[in-house]
Design a protein around this ligand. Structure first.
Ligand code: NAD
Ligand code: DAU
Length: 339
């Protein structure tokens, strides 16, 4: 079994590679990644020398490079994690989101058609459903919820989902789609809420909470997401969408307070800043389908997962300190100074 994992030098893709190599030692895993600002080769250092692993630097929008890779490797399965993934960046510059997240996905699907790949799995997001009201805790996103996006990021992801379903119906391409809630865990790029707050707290810098911190996200430990995708690849039905989430809704402000408490830092570091434009209020996944059909359930409770995550950031300071000392400082200044 040969699996191409695109975007495998990023947060979830790298965790998926570790999960797959550990649980399916007989598989060959090829990571295709452009190494944008969010991709990091050092993340893959422990698997780089494995005989059944290979890294290829390429852009998923580069049709020639993608076809050449498919020609030589003849993948059985392609799992597409490659994307521009940060909502705030999409609000600043949508173009690259449309290119990578839509055109890139279509190039990969064309390659799957051309080389008769047995499965194309599109890693999508709960953000394609838009948001839910904060005062209606009885409402959840199901696979039937209408697509209703808020940001250029979520619109680009929804576009790729529609293309994947169209490739299935029109060309019979064997696609599956998963829409997951917010992930956290090791190797999460420090522009995102949890690692940003951990890094700032450790450096005694202000913790910039958007608005009043009342927005709600549904957090899932990254390994549980990887396990769900693996199950979909093994037992999922082609042409189907599977929501992934573990009923773990939390307000941003409460997450930030948990991080401060765990690190023994004062709440006076919390700074309320201008809200994100178009900020989604609440995400909440109904995972009944993946539970009922595939038997998936999350294994890591948030109380344990956040402790493990903080411990990882404490023990791997060089990984994130190198990131936040580079071009990231320009990004941080642009997004947060005078906010
Ligand atoms: P990330 O930003 O950490 O990593 C993205 C990876 O894709 C990087 O390694 C980057 O170099 C690579 N990449 C970007 N553009 C590329 C291109 N044109 N060609 C090849 N490689 C390219 O993202 P992440 O948080 O790991 O998210 C992975 C996927 O999961 C994305 O598709 C995202 O939409 C989806 N997702 C993320 C979350 C979350 O909470 N992070 C939740 C649900 C779904
Ligand atoms: O729901 C899945 C999505 O989760 C994925 O599709 C995205 O790729 C991923 O980035 C994530 O999107 P969010 O926008 O929810 O994640 P982010 O970490 O950027 O923000 C989480 C919440 O925290 C959100 O309500 C905005 C808020 N926030 C974020 C940052 C970076 C702050 O209050 N301050 C911050 O500095």
């Amino acid at each position: 079994m040969t699996v191409i994992v695109t975007g495998g030098a990023g947060f979830i893709g790298s965790n998926f590679i570790f999960y797959t190599l550990k649980n399916h030692p007989g598989y060959r895993v090829i990571c295709l990644d452009k190494l944008t600002y969010a991709g990091n080769l050092s993340t893959l250092k422990d698997v780089m020398d494995k005989p059944n692993f290979k890294f290829v630097k390429a852009d998923i929008c580069d049709r020639e490079a993608v076809y050449a890779l498919f020609e030589s490797e003849k993948p059985d399965v392609v799992v597409n994690f490659a994307a521009e993934s940060h909502v705030d960046r999409s609000i600043e510059s949508p173009d690259v989101f449309l290119r990578t997240n839509i055109i890139g996905a279509s190039v990969l699907m064309d390659a799957c058609r051309k080389f008769d790949t047995e499965r194309f799995h599109q890693v999508s997001t709960d953000e394609v459903y838009g948001d839910l009201p904060i005062d209606r805790p009885d409402l959840f996103f199901t696979e039937e919820t209408l697509l209703h996006t808020s940001s250029p990021y979520s619109s680009s992801k929804a576009s790729a989902d529609l293309l994947a379903l169209a490739y299935h119906r029109t060309y019979g391409l064997p696609v599956t789609i998963s829409r997951c809630s917010n992930n956290y865990g090791p190797y999460h790029f420090p522009e995102k809420l949890i690692p940003l707050m951990i890094a700032n707290a450790l450096n005694d810098k202000p913790l910039p909470v958007y608005g009043r911190g009342e927005n709600i996200r549904d957090w899932l430990y990254v390994e549980d997401h990887c396990k769900a995708i693996d199950l979909i690849l093994q037992k999922g039905r082609v042409g189907e969408v599977y929501n992934i989430g573990g009923h773990n809704e939390m307000r941003n402000i409460d997450i930030v307070k948990i991080i401060l408490k765990e690190l023994g830092k004062p709440e006076s570091l919390i700074t309320f800043v201008a809200d994100r434009k178009g900020h989604d209020l609440r995400y909440a996944i109904d995972p009944a389908k993946i539970h009922g059909e595939l038997g998936w359930l999350p294994e890591t409770k948030f109380a344990d997962g956040i402790k493990k995550t903080i411990k990882w950031y404490l023990e791997n300071r060089s990984w994130w300190e190198e990131i936040i000392s580079g071009e990231y400082t320009d990004y941080y200044d642009k997004m947060y100074s005078n906010r």
